[in-house]
Ligand binder design. Structure first.
Ligand code: ADP
Length: 560
């Protein structure tokens, strides 16, 4: 109900610029030059299974203990030999280890193409792996069960801003249940999807699926109802929440470097452009000991609040889903409240009555879409809705001529504005609130800042050989042991390998992940004895310091 937020819709768009654009699939759904868009450029690519696994591996290499909430993963086909070798070594050192692995196609969703294996030799190599890369991952064999069933949690997270980093988590989420009682994987039950995969889209086809009439029964329940149950069993629910918050912040810290590269490419600094925010869907599994494990991040989580029900054989109808409604409506409502374009203005000025425009471009059809949907498919039915916001501003330097008759000049909080009738926020800020516990993890962010600085050409996401040389030269990293010829070889070797993995052929040059690898390599060379994160930190400090000196000299010359 947008009127509760004092928003007005313009279903066919608006000639004047909007304040908020609500896209169904991606940042690129329409050309935007101002306001705020509900998608970040590159988010869909950044949270794909392979990219996420790579980002998590980089963080785990740096901080093994902090990033052990993501199952160990290997990328297929390129890491198949590594996967085989590592599993063999682990089995040799621990003969009683009887692992199971889950193979998930990259870019897949809704359980599509997923299967379980007991041994690396069971990977289905014919055809599909070559044409469709995948991730193979340790399977969590001992999940927490409720009513003997496996379930996972969908939590909604608002990435409100990338720079400065601002993260909010919804206080409630969804728990999606399997429909067959769980048994630890054996060769006999590996293929039983209703036992091992919690996807709603799969389990809905099981005869055992129960549409939930209330929050704490059926195949889709609220997460809060599970927490209540755990709490009544004596579980430490506070600690669980704290672990989940930590998982979410750490995951976003792993994603931000890549996102920043996309961001500067699509919205170059200094040019007019919108800012972005995005609701993400985090899929989390709880282990028996209540440890949360990240399964995946969804860039376009379904916001459907109804489900299809077979009323009589062959007759389907969309019926409201109270559980979805309870959780999702609050997430969208609070996102709009937090992104209120006038909030900033209201902070430091006095009250006047004003009309202000908040507009949404919203793709009605795609708001239910899954991340697999391609932009092109979506474009033709892009339907624009715009919203107009009428509310209170505080009076600053520019008093509005449109002051409403009888409007009071009391401080904002004293006036029952349109938000007064709304329930309290379900989105809880976790960053920067807990920044001091996590800021030390943001090393790759700083490496990405160096990468972006030397990209040179605006709008690109890859570093050319000259940019890499300039980075080495300006940071004074070359010496008699590491000649410029060796620098070129390092660049060529790493770039060629990353480009041969076939992730992005659109641009030539060194991608961020390749630069990170080169940076780690340089750090290891220079600071041999230290652990990796200290090596990287030392090199970062050296580079930042030398660049500050170069910058300082430039300023002095400029003045001269
Ligand atoms: P999709 O995008 O296709 O839904 P997911 O990564 O979410 O792929 O996996 C689908 C389902 O498989 C999850 O909802 C979960 O029930 C199960 N699953 C995925 N990864 C693991 C894992 N490592 N251990 C145990 N179960 C898993």
């Amino acid at each position: 109900n947008l009127s509760a937020l004092s928003l007005l819709q313009f279903p066919f768009g608006r000639r004047l610029p909007c304040d908020i654009y609500w896209h169904g699939v991606s940042f690129h759904d329409s050309n935007i030059f101002s306001g705020q868009v509900n998608k970040f450029p590159g988010m869909t690519e950044t949270v794909r299974k392979i990219t996420l696994s790579r980002a998590m591996r980089t963080m785990r290499d740096l901080f093994p203990l902090e990033y052990n909430f993501y199952p160990r993963s290997w990328i297929l086909p390129e890491e198949l030999p590594l996967f085989v070798a590592e599993v063999r070594t682990m089995k040799d050192s621990n003969p009683s280890w009887k692992p199971t692995f889950i193979v998930k196609p990259d870019g897949g969703c809704q359980g599509d193409g997923i299967y379980l294996i007991k041994d690396p030799s069971d990977i289905r190599l014919t055809g599909s792996i070559q044409s469709r890369p995948a991730v193979v991952q340790e399977y969590i064999c001992k999940p927490l069960l409720v009513d003997k069933l496996k379930f996972d949690i969908r939590l909604y997270v608002l990435l409100k801003s990338l720079e400065p980093l601002e993260i909010y988590i919804a206080k409630d989420g969804l728990s999606r249940f399997c429909t067959e009682p769980y048994q630890e994987p054996t060769l006999k039950n590996l293929h039983q999807v209703f036992m091992h995969l919690t996807n709603y889209s799969l389990n809905i086809h099981s005869g055992n699926f129960i549409h939930s009439a209330s929050a704490n029964t059926g195949s889709k329940r609220t997460f809060s109802s599970i927490l209540c149950r755990l709490s009544s069993r004596g579980a430490d629910v506070k600690k669980l929440w704290s672990d989940i918050i930590s998982l979410v912040i750490k995951t976003i810290i792993a994603l931000t470097p890549e996102l920043k590269v996309y961001y500067q490419s699509d919205i170059p600094a200094g040019k007019p452009g919108p800012t972005c925010f995005q609701i993400l869907g985090f899929d989390i599994l709880l282990m028996k000991d209540l440890k949360p494990v990240l399964l995946e991040v969804n860039a376009n989580p379904s916001m459907r609040i109804e489900h299809e029900q077979e009323l009589s054989p062959g007759v389907f109808e969309n019926v409201p889903s109270p559980v979805d409604e309870k959780v999702k409506v609050a997430v969208i409502r609070d996102t709009l409240r937090l992104m209120d374009p006038q909030k900033k203005k209201r902070k430091d000025t006095q009250l006047i009555y004003d009309y202000s425009y908040l507009s949404l471009h919203h793709c009605k059809k795609c708001c239910y879409s899954q991340s697999s949907m391609k932009d092109k498919q979506h474009k033709h039915h892009s339907l624009k809705l715009s919203l107009k916001l009428k509310f209170y501003l505080k009076r600053g330097l520019c008093q509005s001529p449109e002051r409403a008759p009888g409007a009071s000049e009391e401080p904002l909080d004293a006036v029952p504005g349109p938000e007064a009738a709304l329930p309290s926020l379900c989105l809880k800020q976790v960053f920067p609130k807990y920044a001091r516990h996590f800021s030390y993890l943001r090393l790759v962010d700083r490496v990405a800042a160096l990468f972006i600085r030397f990209l040179g050409v605006k709008g690109t996401t890859k570093l050319g050989p000259t940019g890499f040389r300039t980075f080495i030269r300006n940071c004074k990293l070359s010496n008699s042991n590491f000649s410029m010829a060796a620098v070129d070889i390092l660049y060529i070797d790493i770039t060629r390998r990353w480009n041969s993995m076939g992730i992005d052929h659109k641009e030539s040059g060194m991608c961020l992940q390749a630069f990170v690898e080169a940076f780690f390599c340089l750090a290891q060379k220079k600071y041999k004895a230290l652990p990796l994160h200290k090596q990287v930190l030392s090199l970062l400090e050296l580079c930042e310091c030398r660049l500050a000196a170069v910058h300082g000299k430039r300023l002095v010359w400029g003045c001269g």
